[in-house]
Design a protein around this ligand. Structure first.
Ligand SMILES: Cc1cc2nc3c(=O)[nH]c(=O)nc-3n(C[C@H](O)[C@H](O)[C@H](O)COP(=O)(O)OP(=O)(O)OC[C@H]3O[C@@H](n4cnc5c(N)ncnc54)[C@H](O)[C@@H]3O)c2cc1C
Length: 467
């Protein structure tokens, strides 16, 4: 029988932390606290306001978009009263590495038979992938990775219309999902589809297909979500993705404590969990019955009494080094639509601008745009941060948009994941085996994937199963 009065500590006020609190509250829990080290909730869903032509509007430095498969995000929206129905559209164009406009998906522009046959092949393979994911890989489209390395599935379904229903079963073919996505495509003779998947995958900083287990790619970009991306039926938020979590936080019985960092966690056997927090008043210790960690688990090792099993597992987590900044341009000299530069989405061209996001159509060439680059690849040297910033600026200039000023820039701890080898070795089943040990529960991006939907759905899964 659940004790609805037990005291629960949630580390982190990003989408995972706010949604974990929401799901606890919905279940009747009254005694939870969220600690957030920054002066805002939303984590990497951060939407600062910038004044252009005398009018203040939101821009996105982190999460931008969702799709109809964002079931858990919908629940957070509904709880807080946010809506995605008013967001700007996601129009886009394509350029090559020299900055020239190209039309890779329009057979009639720059027509050649080679291009036409290439597109027909792509269409055929897209169809094939949709079919095999729903047959050969049945069960792939649930959140999380429990059992996949053993050829099983167990999680909340993403499927239309049975979303968020728990599904479990066996399917030995699922083991293929531990392969790098490029090998997975080769195995299934659908290599052309990478031309589509790379847009919403690599350009969004989630890594390169020769290193990332197919499981992450296909769970994030399940075939329904990918098709929504192709058809530009995407969700955006006028008030920014951050507003989803700001509004939900306001409806919580205990809104997040801001500017409050968890600096130490001690879990003495058989006693309450001691959490040391640091805020403007200094440091103090709070006692809890249970702990939900929604922040990076490899970093949890630095400030906790981590056990050997935690050290062993969490030290295997790797993340991407994703850089973005908001670029301002001279009057009328900025882009008027978002642009994708596929040539720059290869390991060899890491550090170059892969995409720029133009948010407000009516501001035309006066809209500050966000530019993105990935500077790391497994086994290769990372491009230094300053070089990356410089190269991004050069790429924008080649496209005809010299950057006048950088209004905001950041590098985020992005897309935590494990290698193909660790995935195949059952990393996720080992994580599952320690859920709840020491009254500690692990949530956040690593559980399923580094996007808003997967993090919120993982919080739902943890609260449903363990609380
Ligand atoms: C450039 C970019 C583009 C993106 N685009 C999309 C997109 O279009 N769609 C999409 O769905 N997702 C997108 N994402 C990903 C999405 O923003 C993240 O996956 C999501 O925010 C993860 O939520 P989280 O709560 O797990 O982690 P985070 O958002 O990282 O939140 C963790 C929070 O914990 C806090 N914290 C850390 N350590 C401590 C501590 N010791 N004590 C207290 N607080 C702590 C942090 O300050 C942070 O607020 C994008 C992200 C970026 C950066």
């Amino acid at each position: 029988m659940a004790n609805l009065n037990e005291r629960i500590c949630i580390i982190g006020g990003g989408p995972a932390g706010i949604s974990a609190a929401m799901y606890l509250q919905k279940k009747g829990y009254k005694n939870f606290e969220i600690y957030e080290k920054l002066n805002k909730v939303g984590g990497k869903s951060y939407s600062p306001k910038i004044k252009v032509n005398g009018e203040e509007r939101t821009y996105e430095t982190g999460a931008i978009m969702g799709a109809l498969t964002y079931w858990a995000v919908s629940e957070v929206e509904e709880f807080g009263g946010a809506t995605h129905l008013d967001g700007p559209n996601m129009r886009r164009m394509y350029r090559d590495s020299s900055g020239k406009e190209i039309h890779p998906f329009e057979p009639k522009i720059d027509f050649s038979f080679k291009k036409l046959f290439g597109l027909l092949k792509l269409k055929k393979q897209m169809k094939k992938l949709v079919k095999i994911m729903n047959t050969k890989y049945k069960g792939y489209d649930c959140y999380g990775h429990r059992g996949v390395a053993q050829g099983k599935f167990d999680g909340l379904s993403k499927e239309v219309p049975n979303h968020l229903q728990r599904i479990t079963g066996e399917n030995p073919n699922l083991k293929d999902l531990a392969l790098p996505f490029s090998e997975f495509c080769k195995l299934n003779k659908v290599e052309e589809v990478m031309r589509i998947w790379i847009g919403p995958y690599t350009s969004f900083g989630y890594g390169y297909f020769d290193e990332i287990p197919a499981a992450y790619v296909m769970k994030y970009l399940d075939t329904t979500t990918a098709i929504e991306f192709v058809n530009m039926r995407l969700w955006t938020w006028k008030e920014g993705t951050q507003s989803i979590y700001v509004k939900a936080n306001e409806k919580l019985l205990h809104p997040a404590h801001l500017n409050t960092e968890v600096v130490k966690v001690e879990r003495p056997e058989g006693k309450k969990i001691k959490v040391t927090i640091k805020d403007e008043k200094g440091t103090r210790v709070e006692e809890f019955d249970k702990l939900i960690i929604t922040t990076p688990l490899d970093r949890f090792l630095n400030y906790s009494d981590a056990r050997d099993d935690e050290k062993e597992l969490f030290s295997k987590i790797v993340h991407e080094e994703y850089v973005d900044y908001i670029a301002k341009f001279d009057k009328d000299k900025g882009p008027t639509i978002s642009g994708y530069i596929f040539d720059n989405m290869t390991p060899e061209t890491r550090g170059h601008a892969m995409v720029y996001y133009h948010r407000w159509e009516d501001l035309k060439g006066n809209c500050p745009s966000v530019v993105y680059a990935l500077r790391n690849h497994e086994g290769m040297e990372s491009i230094p941060y300053e070089d990356t910033i410089r190269m991004m600026g050069e790429d924008m200039a080649k496209c005809g948009f010299p950057v006048k000023e950088r209004l905001y820039e950041q590098e985020t701890y992005y897309c935590p994941h494990v290698s193909c080898k660790d995935y195949a070795d059952g990393w996720y089943d080992k994580l599952e085996a320690i859920q709840g040990k020491g009254n500690t529960y692990y949530a956040g991006e690593i559980l399923s994937f580094g996007d808003m939907e997967d993090t919120c759905a993982s919080s739902k899964d943890i609260v449903e199963r363990f609380f």
